[in-house]
Design a binder for this molecule. Structure first.
Ligand code: ZN
Length: 133
């Protein structure tokens, strides 16, 4: 009786397992998640595709930020209004790295193009110096 019960539970557990991609019932190993290599690849490719899209979006923002800074600051040092950056479509949320000076001033960089916020919505644009890691 107990054996029968156990067997029926095992059968039930097996019946519940289905391919994560196509839903086909799985009868193989307990840790089997896909019915075939094709389904495993399709499933994983879709996951990676989402990550790739996200990464591409962030990279585009960073490249655009870098381009805006470079265009506004061809000579290596220039002060601009925040509104100018905003009008160009600069996204202040994204940067590649920060640099804090000994006196606590914080520079933000998009690759080799950087800026520091001054008073009254002014920004000083700079190019990356050798001392910035
Ligand atoms: Zn499948």
């Amino acid at each position: 009786m107990l054996t029968l019960l156990c067997e029926s539970l095992i059968v039930k557990a097996m019946e519940k397992r289905a391919c994560k991609e196509c839903g086909q019932k799985l009868a193989g190993r307990k840790d089997q998640k896909f019915c075939s290599d094709y389904c495993r690849n399709t499933f994983n490719n879709r996951l990676n595709e989402d990550a790739t899209k996200y990464i591409r979006r962030i990279n585009n923002i960073l490249r655009k930020n870098r381009r805006i800074l470079a265009q506004l600051n061809p000579k290596g040092k220039k002060t601009v209004d925040g509104i100018t950056l905003a009008e160009e479509g600069f996204n202040f949320h994204y940067y590649t790295n920060m640099y804090t000076t000994k006196t606590g001033s914080v520079y933000y960089f998009c690759y080799e193009q950087g800026y520091i916020k001054l008073d009254s919505d002014k920004y000083m644009l700079v190019h990356k110096q050798d001392y910035v890691k």
